[in-house]
Structure formats: structure tokens, C-alpha cells
Ligand binder design. Structure first.
Ligand SMILES: [Fe+2]
Length: 226
């Protein structure tokens, strides 16, 4: 009953979006993901954003099929490239054909060991009014996710797509919630390439353990959470 995390699968099984333009490591990356897959039936993985390049659910079907065939339960969180992500009602209807797939959006999940909460998050270098609005909305979604926990006695891990801190940039809306709810571990994705990976925040940060889980950072092998 292990829990794993890895984000940024960037699947494109029915769209023409080869990822090797982002570096040799990405060549045939979905084959690497399948070959390295450590989950058994009964295990769970959080896929924290940028799941598929599809523009709509029809296009996403081949990518969902790929995920469905991999063992274990998959909990999907929205990233900045998930244009196929629509309303929860439509997503749930679509995913009825893929019973191993669930969505983390204003809700939470429980395993034997822990509670799973999260939101997409937001991080930007500009200070536009629009950014502040998006950041507050994501803060609200993270709060709703945390407030949806039935029993907060187990450790709660937070999963985001955007890093709450990157270089000199920090999202205080998100960090404030992490601290308010006493979250000790935060997993995020979004950052690709060695330059971004070098300055990514990993390890202890203001009392929270930060983990970067973008799949190129993890060598396309999911990280065990507990
Ligand atoms: Fe990504």
C-alpha cells in the first residue's frame, strides 16, 4: 500500500508533441516511465500536474489508457499545460472508463498512512493584479482541499504543480497555508532542465521539507513518499 509521486508526464500519445526537443533525456520518456514503474496493485501515485499535452478529453483518451494500464491508483492534479482539464463533473464522467484514475481538486484522499491534499498553486515573477488574483484562488483551493480531510490525525502531505518557492520568488499565499495547517512535506513539479533543477528548493525550507518531483528531475522513476 505504498504512496508514490511523480509529475510532468507530458504524455502525447495522440498528439504530435515529441518531448525530446526539451533534451535527450526526454526521448521515449513514456517508455521509461512504464519501464521504471514501481507500483503494485493497491499502491497509489500522485501525478502532480502536466499530465497530458491533449487539448481536450477526446485527445486525452490515449494518455488515460496508458495510465490505466499501469498498476496502482493514480491521483491527478492539474498543471499549467493540462488544457484538457474541464469541470469535475465532466472529468469524472470521462474517467469512469479509467477506474484507476482520480482527481485532486478541492478535495483530499486518504491512504493507510497519510492524507493527500493539494492544488495547482501559482508562482510568477511579475507582480500583476491578475497574478495576485490567481494566487489567492489557488490558496483557496488548497485550503478547501485541507479542510476536506475527514480526520487530520494522520500526517498530511501537500502536492502542488508550481513550486511555492523558486530562486528569489516565493508564493506567500501558499506558504502561509502550509504553515497554518502544520504541513511538514510539500511535493511540487513544473521545473524542467538542469538549470532550473540546480536552483530548485529541495530539503528543509522554513520548517517544511520540499521535494521536486518533475519526472526529468527524478529520472522518470516515481519517488516513494512513505
Ligand atoms: Fe511540466
Amino acid at each position: 500500500m505504498a504512496l508514490y509521486v511523480m509529475g510532468d508526464f507530458h504524455l502525447s500519445l495522440s498528439t504530435d508533441k515529441p518531448m525530446d526537443v526539451f533534451g535527450d533525456a526526454w526521448a521515449g520518456h513514456e517508455k521509461k516511465i512504464a519501464a521504471n514503474w514501481p507500483l503494485c496493485a493497491g499502491d497509489t501515485i500522485v501525478i502532480n500536474g502536466d499530465i497530458s499535452w491533449a487539448m481536450d478529453l477526446n485527445q486525452a483518451a490515449a494518455d488515460f489508457e496508458f495510465l490505466q494500464k499501469l498498476p496502482g491508483r493514480k491521483i491527478l492534479l492539474k498543471g499549467n499545460h493540462d488544457y484538457w482539464w474541464t469541470t469535475m463533473a465532466k472529468l469524472r464522467q470521462f474517467a469512469a472508463a479509467y477506474p484507476s484514475i482520480d482527481f485532486l481538486f478541492n478535495n483530499s484522499y486518504e491512504t493507510e498512512e497519510c492524507l493527500i491534499c493539494g492544488a495547482r498553486g501559482w508562482l510568477t515573477e511579475s507582480r500583476q493584479e491578475q497574478d495576485a488574483k490567481i494566487s489567492k484562488r489557488e490558496q483557496g483551493r488548497l485550503r478547501r482541499s485541507l479542510d476536506s480531510r475527514a480526520d487530520a490525525d494522520k500526517p498530511t502531505y501537500v502536492f502542488l504543480h508550481y513550486p511555492p518557492i523558486f530562486g528569489a520568488e516565493r508564493n506567500d499565499d501558499i506558504l502561509e497555508v502550509l504553515k497554518e495547517y502544520g504541513i511538514r512535506r510539500c511535493y511540487y513539479g513544473h521545473l524542467h532542465g538542469s538549470q532550473a533543477h540546480r536552483i530548485a528548493c529541495t530539503g528543509a525550507f522554513e520548517g517544511i521539507q520540499m521535494y521536486l518531483t518533475a519526472c526529468d528531475y527524478l529520472g522518470f522513476e516515481p519517488l516513494r513518499v512513505d
